[in-house]
Ligand binder design. Sequence first.
Ligand code: ADP
Ligand code: MG
Length: 303
Amino acid sequence: MLDIQHVTFRYKKQNILEDINFSVKTGEHVSIIGESGSGKSTLLKLLYGTYDLNKGHIYWKDEEILGPKFNLITGPDYMKYVAQEFDLMPVISVSENIGAFLSNFYPEEKQERIKELLEVVELTPFSKTKVKELSGGQKQRVALARAIAKQPEVILLDEPFSHIDNFKKQSLRRNLFKYLKKKNITCIVATHDKDDVLSYSDKMIVLHDAKIIANNTPQYLYNNPENKLVASFFGEFNEIDGEMVYANQLKVVEKSDVIAVVKQSYYKGHYFLIEAEWNEEKVFFEHPEKLNLNQKVNLLIKK
Ligand code: ADP
Ligand code: MG
């Protein structure tokens, strides 16, 4: 189990993280969310032992993860970290990059393993291509494959699909998270994307103002978004009488006391997102059809 106890960290004067506490069980998947600059990347770097903590401790099982003051080489060998800026070897091939840390004593096993990893990240056709000839998204996939090559016990992923296009993202996400679960690899992902979280994370941690403001299952936090930050992560929402109401929970009905005036319809594929005005405030709701400007609608919350 990964155990984070009373961690405080600052680069300069201001605390970036303050008294952070949480734990992650072996094989569990946890996502770290929060606005840009909230300290997600910093937290992953601390878990990897990149910096010395100002306060607190981090343990994996019974071993303390220590920063550079106490440790010459950054990163314990049971852990892999895939940074937002991945560093690969540009002039050698995809396969060679993926296999860079695999032993040459077992050439057949090594080739088998590389083949399996190429399939996980869907790069089999590019196995012989030099990394410098790849797109940003393809490079990110090589970095992911290389990180899981030696089957770490813990993997830290910083926005792992940020460079990957939507065509590939869905299947890559399924492949990678399925693979990590199958191998019981503990996984911590910093992300902006609810699709990384909803189907794949056991727990979701929300960072704000240097603190953890929520730590629960994605299902729980989706159903009980206590504040705007959590609600906005999941989608368009309204704050009605201090309660967070998602746009899809506000329905047009025959009769109600809430009469709103339509201002805009946004096409979203299988529905329209409607922006309307009620009591001089904006309300958002989902509707199967486009609605006309200044049309009046009766709204009701239906959870
Ligand atoms: P996130 O990943 O959530 O966007 P970061 O962890 O990258 O946030 O950054 C958190 C805060 O720490 C930001 O205010 C950022 O400017 C600052 N920061 C990040 N890296 C450094 C650094 N190496 N030196 C000084 N400040 C930093
Ligand atoms: Mg970041």
